[in-house]
Ligand binder design. Structure first.
Ligand code: GDP
Ligand code: IMO
Ligand code: MG
Length: 434
């Protein structure tokens, strides 16, 4: 049996969707365990000779493999309308998802319309100090979970229970919305809307914790698909410029209900450079023509909100931190092709603070992080188009050197290198399910 976890090692959008889709071939079950439809995971797959792009927000990225089971576990915050929209979009393309292919945890928290309204109202009120959230209600929904007033997926199938929770929650939400000058919600309308969505969700709903445990212990291969990235973790990231869930490897245990000892491997995904969407410090950010080159060559516009992503050099010091807290056993390096054409490429290996002290990991105190100056190692670039390369040794010498240097600094082997968005544009160095 093998249970592997795939974790974003940066600020999200590292290419988790592509890598999960690729490794699903060898897995039996793919599990999302945290986050919600703030995620946007892109798969570019050839079907019947046509290249199809699919952006998934909630459904696990294994869904295009028909004979696998995808699970949305209890740690996820689920917007039922978004999930059903995603299912409809897949069905329209001939990918009808059967209840045996998708299991939704009965105890996942539901994102209600007032969560989205509050998320947007709070961001608007913050003005310049906004977090830059996706506006999908993620934070307010997790708040309710921690505050012990969550609406669970199972409540959508149980009118008295849902009514009771809405009666208890809605007056307070409406007061909060009024505080921000936003319109409130009417109980009967929310109730009717949610119950109708519940009817459609019902065939997929079950208890998933025991299912995952039983499958792991039956010797099945399980792939846990992280959303967001390490530096967006609510406890271990660049707080307050973070999301509201545990995006790091520890999040798997509480989000899917499995023990740390059941996990065999933790794969960290990093781009060959770095991006960030939303606010917050980003020491290696480039506000120059190189940053613009990366944005253009890498099509760095958000999969969920379409916002331009901030771009900069790879931050190996931040990856050192990510390696420490996630315990990476392997690395997947994506978008190496985007660097083709740059004469020099830079690696941030540490920072200097205002006092001249040298740091080998970023402090998660954002006030301090914002004042650091990166220390770079410079490597020679390469000009070749590498999107057709399928074997490591066929990469240009300088590209190989870039990857080997990354491995050496982090002390973690590279298992996969991605050289294009398509499933096939990949160099697999080690099959994590072998
Ligand atoms: P995720 O959120 O981690 O799944 O990543 P996103 O899907 O939000 O963003 C990654 C983007 O890069 C998507 O548009 C992918 O299609 C694309 N992509 C993934 N791997 C590669 C790669 O190796 N090269 C290039 N050029 N694009 C890639
Ligand atoms: P994937 O899974 C990149 C960012 C938002 C914002 C912060 C908080 O595609 O990598 P939230 O809506 O979660 O309260 O927003 O987190 N963010 C992401 N950035 N990729 C993501 O997901 C993200 N999900 C949230 O931009 O800065
Ligand atoms: Mg994304």
């Amino acid at each position: 049996m093998t249970a592997n976890v795939i974790i974003g090692a940066q600020w999200g959008d590292e290419g988790k969707g592509k890598v999960v889709d690729l490794f699903t071939e060898f897995a039996d079950i793919v599990v999302r365990f945290q986050g919600g439809n703030n995620a946007g995971h892109t798969l570019v797959v050839e079907e019947n000779g046509v290249t199809q792009k699919t952006v998934l927000h909630l459904i696990p990225s294994g869904i295009l493999h028909r004979n696998k089971v995808c699970v949305i576990a209890s740690g996820v915050v689920l917007d039922p309308g978004v999930l059903l929209g995603e299912l409809d979009a897949l069905a329209q393309r001939g990918h009808t998802v059967e209840p045996r292919q998708l299991l939704i945890a009965s105890d996942a928290s539901v994102i209600l319309p007032y969560h989205c309204a509050l998320d947007i109202a709070r961001e608007t009120s913050k003005g310049e100090r906004k977090i830059g959230t996706t506006g999908r209600g993620i934070g307010p929904c997790y708040e309710d979970r921690v505050a012990r007033r969550a609406v669970f997926v199972r409540d959508l199938l149980d009118e008295p229970s849902l009514r009771e929770k809405l009666e208890s929650n809605l007056p307070e939400k409406n007061q909060l919305l009024a505080h921000y000058g936003a319109p409130g919600f009417e109980l009967e309308a929310v109730l009717a809307q949610m119950l109708a969505l519940g009817v459609r969700l019902a065939p997929f709903v079950r208890e998933t914790g025991r299912f995952i445990y039983d499958e792991v212990h039956r010797g099945r291969n399980v792939l846990f698909e992280g959303a967001q990235g390490t530096l967006l973790d609510v406890s271990l990231g660049t707080y307050p410029f973070v999301t509201s869930s545990h995006t790091t490897a520890g999040g798997v245990c509480v989000g899917a209900g499995i023990a740390p000892s059941a996990i065999n491997g933790v794969i960290g995904i990093t781009k060959a450079y770095c991006t960030r969407v939303g606010s917050g410090p980003f020491p290696t950010e480039l506000n120059d023509e190189v940053g613009e080159f990366m944005r253009k060559a890498g099509h760095e516009f958000g999969s969920t909100t379409g916002r331009p992503r901030r771009c900069g050099w790879i931050d190996v010091a931040a990856l050192r931190y990510a390696t420490r807290i996630n315990g990476f056993t392997g690395l997947a390096v994506t978008k190496l092709d985007v660097l083709s054409g740059l004469e020099r490429v830079k690696f941030c290996v540490g920072y200097h603070d205002a006092q001249g002290n040298q740091l080998d990991e970023p402090p998660m105190d954002v006030a301090r992080l914002a004042t650091l100056t990166p220390i770079y190692e410079e490597l020679s670039g390469w000009s070749e188009d590498i999107s057709g390369v399928r074997v490591f040794d066929d990469l240009p010498r300088n590209a190989r050197h870039f990857l080997r240097r990354l491995e050496t600094i982090l002390g973690v082997p590279i298992v996969l290198v991605s050289v294009g968005a398509k499933r096939a544009e990949t160099i697999v160095l080690e099959n994590i399910y072998r």
